[in-house]
Design a protein around this ligand. Structure first.
Ligand SMILES: [Zn+2]
Length: 324
C-alpha cells in the first residue's frame, strides 16, 4: 500500500512538471517520438550548421528593449535544466533581424550541457560541439502568451549562445553559478542577487549580437513543436570548468545528477541556414525604435508572473512530501 501511494505521488509529480522525458534509457531522445508525434517531424532542432553551406544575408538589425531595467530573477530546477524567469510587471522585448517587424517577449532562459567539457551544446557548428548552450526563449507578443504562441509556426524565437571553456571565468555568470547549490533538488528555486542578470548574461549591448546564424526549427525538448526561429550567436561565452561543473550537480526527478541534457542533432532536410552579415556597426542597444513600439507588454507581463507562481508552490510542497 505504501508503495502504491508513493507511485501515485510520483505520477502526479511528473505530470505537474509537465513532461515525461529524459536523456537516458527508455525515456531518452530516441523514444520521444513514441509519445510526442512532433519529435519525429521534418524540421527538428538541434542541427549541425555547416558553414560551407549557409546562405549569407543582410537582415535588418536585431533590436533589444528593456533588458537594462532592474527586475528580480528566479532560478528553478525543473528536473531537466536550470531555468531562469523574471518577476515583475514588464518583460524585455526583441524585434528585427529574422523577426522583421514582429515583437517577441522574454519568457525564460535555460541551459544545456554535457558530461564533460567536450560536448553539451545542442546545435553544432561544423560538427563541433560546445561545452554548454544557453537558450533565451521569447514568444510573439501578438499571440498573447507563451502557450498560445506555441500553436503558430512563428510563435517562438530562441536566442542561442554557445559556451566554451577556458582558464578564466565570466563574472557576469557568478550570481547565477553561486545560486546553483541552492537549487540542487528538483522543484527548488532561489532569487538571484543580480537584478540586471538578463542584460549582463545575454550581452544585449554588444555589437557581436548582429553576428549570428538563423534557421527555422523546433523546441529541443518534448513536445518538440516546430515553432521556433533560431538565432545562434557566433561569438561564444567563455566560462571556467568550475562554473560549468556547478550545473552538472542539479538533480532530476529520480534524484540523480543531471550530468547531460542535450538532444542529438536532427536532419536539416530541405531547410536553409542563413548567416547574418551586418551592414554597418551601429549601436543597436538603445531599444526598439518608436514607430515599431506600438504594443503594450504590461498586460502580458502580469499574466506571466501569475502563471509562474502557482505550479512552483505545488511542486515545492510535493517535493517536501517526497523527501520524507
Ligand atoms: Zn533549450
Amino acid at each position: 500500500m505504501k508503495i502504491l501511494v508513493f507511485l501515485n505521488f510520483f505520477t502526479i509529480y511528473s505530470t505537474i512538471l509537465g513532461q515525461e522525458f529524459s536523456y537516458n534509457g527508455l525515456l531518452g531522445p530516441a523514444y520521444w517520438g513514441n509519445k510526442y508525434q512532433t519529435c519525429v517531424g521534418k524540421h527538428q532542432s538541434p542541427i549541425n550548421i555547416v558553414e560551407h553551406y549557409v546562405e549569407k544575408v543582410t537582415l535588418p538589425p536585431l533590436w533589444f528593449s528593456g533588458f537594462n531595467i532592474p527586475r528580480k530573477a528566479m532560478l528553478t530546477n525543473n528536473g531537466h535544466t536550470v531555468l531562469l524567469k523574471t518577476i515583475g510587471t514588464d518583460v524585455p522585448l526583441i524585434t528585427g533581424g529574422p523577426l522583421r517587424d514582429d515583437v517577441y517577449a522574454f519568457e525564460q532562459l535555460h541551459f544545456h550541457w554535457g558530461e564533460n567539457d567536450k560536448e553539451g551544446s545542442e546545435d553544432r557548428i561544423n560538427n563541433r560541439s560546445f561545452a554548454m548552450e544557453l537558450h533565451a526563449v521569447f514568444y510573439k507578443l501578438s499571440y498573447g502568451s507563451y502557450k498560445a504562441a506555441t500553436n503558430f509556426p512563428d510563435g517562438l524565437t530562441v536566442l542561442a549562445y554557445f559556451v566554451t571553456v577556458a582558464e578564466t571565468f565570466d563574472p557576469t555568470y557568478s550570481p547565477l553559478v553561486e545560486t546553483l547549490p541552492l537549487i540542487e533538488d528538483i522543484g527548488s528555486e532561489a532569487v538571484l542577487r543580480d537584478n540586471l542578470i538578463l542584460e549582463s548574461i545575454l550581452k544585449t549591448n554588444q555589437p557581436s549580437m548582429q553576428n549570428y546564424f538563423t534557421y527555422n526549427g523546433s523546441l529541443t525538448t518534448p513536445p518538440c513543436s516546430e515553432v521556433v526561429t533560431w538565432i545562434d550567436f557566433k561569438k561564444p561565452h567563455i566560462l571556467s570548468h568550475e562554473q560549468i561543473e556547478a550545473f552538472r550537480r542539479i538533480r532530476s526527478a529520480e534524484g540523480e545528477r543531471v550530468t547531460h541534457n542535450f538532444r542529438p542533432v536532427q536532419p536539416l532536410a530541405d531547410r536553409i541556414v542563413f548567416e547574418n552579415i551586418p551592414e554597418t556597426s551601429h549601436d543597436y542597444s538603445h531599444g526598439i525604435p518608436n514607430h515599431r513600439n506600438h504594443h503594450h507588454p504590461q498586460q502580458f507581463a502580469g499574466q506571466l508572473a501569475n502563471r509562474a507562481s502557482l505550479p512552483i508552490i505545488v511542486i515545492i510542497s510535493l517535493a517536501t512530501v517526497l523527501r520524507r
